[in-house]
Design a protein around this ligand. Structure first.
Ligand code: MN
Length: 325
């Protein structure tokens, strides 16, 4: 899409980067040749602290309206290589976690079954649980690896007695045999919002934790290369989850449990390009954007840019180059 059309269409239709709306139906997606499909999960019933992520998907779409498919930094137009669609939001059933999660699972499952890459917009960080379940229904391989950006480890077994929460996703993936700890890499962990019991679980399971300080010391290029290696080692695909609270609140204030000394926008965006370049990545999500606490759409815009950069990385790979060499 050209420059003029991009601006003329601002605000016309709230889909991600003004992509065409499509039904989350396997046959329709196949017929259209969709390669990447955005789907929203406006779900916040499993948030353990302040609410607001239910408005994340629409905030991200709104902030994306000015984004062009041409990526200046990468000098590539993703529209030349990818068929991006937006399947709208999965239906949320107020007061019913199971039914809401089932709708997320079905939508993501249909996208994956069509041979496209689901790009899930959360929602609280419980939504990768049904998303991964939806993928596993159609996944021909055996095991998945995980690269997760987050300030928290999300390795609690339960929270207030509940197995499904925005801090229990890793425990569920492992418990259900979908992933092994040795194929899980966390990036951005820090601070005083991680209970010791969760750290012990991570160590017991062999999860690799790259702290925020590790990123600062070793550089994001090194960390993301190692994380992708860990998640891809002996697995059949990598699920990437971006909890936007991985960012320092200076770069991402619009989230539920922010903690200072996090990643910069640069670090997240650069890592997302590398993720796009990795052919093993089969799904991507951005969760925990809560626009109520945002300032001037900073957080939603970083979320958009992270997705745009991931897609840019995929386009570079399809063009047969890495782009940064
Ligand atoms: Mn999280």
């Amino acid at each position: 899409m050209g420059f003029l059309e991009t601006y003329l269409q601002c605000g016309v239709m709230n889909t991600f980067m003004k992509s065409e709306y499509i039904q989350p139906d396997k046959d329709v997606l196949k017929e259209k040749g969709a390669t990447h499909v955005v789907v929203g999960a406006p779900f916040e019933m499993c948030c353990i602290y302040r609410p607001g992520t239910g408005f994340g998907p629409q905030a991200i779409r709104r902030a994306s309206e000015q984004f062009m498919t041409y990526n200046f930094d990468l000098d590539i137009d993703i529209a030349d290589y990818l068929n991006l669609y937006d399947a709208g939001d999965a239906d949320m059933i107020p007061g019913n976690v199971a039914k809401s999660h089932l709708n997320i699972k079905n939508a993501v499952g249909e996208i994956f079954a069509a041979g496209a890459t689901p790009i899930l917009l959360g929602g609280d960080h419980s939504v990768p649980i049904p998303a991964v379940n939806g993928i596993m229904e159609h996944f021909k391989g055996g095991k998945l690896g995980l690269v997760m950006f987050d300030t928290h480890m999300d390795t609690a077994d339960t929270y207030a007695g509940e197995k499904v929460s925005n801090c229990t996703n890793n425990a569920r993936f492992i418990e259900r045999g979908i992933m092994e700890g040795k194929n899980i890499a966390h990036i951005g962990i820090r601070g005083c919002l991680n209970p010791k019991v969760e750290w012990e679980f991570a160590k017991e399971q062999g999860i690799t934790v790259f702290t925020s300080r590790d990123v600062r010391k070793s550089g994001i290029d090194h960390v993301i290369a190692r994380a992708l290696e860990i998640a891809g080692d002996g697995t059949d695909g990598i699920y990437v989850s971006v909890d936007i609270d991985c960012l320092d609140p200076a770069y991402g204030p619009g989230t539920c449990a922010p903690d200072p000394t996090g990643l910069t926008s640069w670090e997240l965006v650069d890592a997302c390009k590398e993720i796009g370049l990795d052919p093993n990545v089969i799904a991507f999500d951005v969760c925990e954007v809560a626009p109520q606490y945002d300032v001037g759409e900073i957080t939603a815009r970083v979320a958009c840019r992270a997705i745009a950069e991931y897609l840019g990385g995929v386009a570079l790979r399809k063009r047969g180059e890495r782009g940064d060499e």
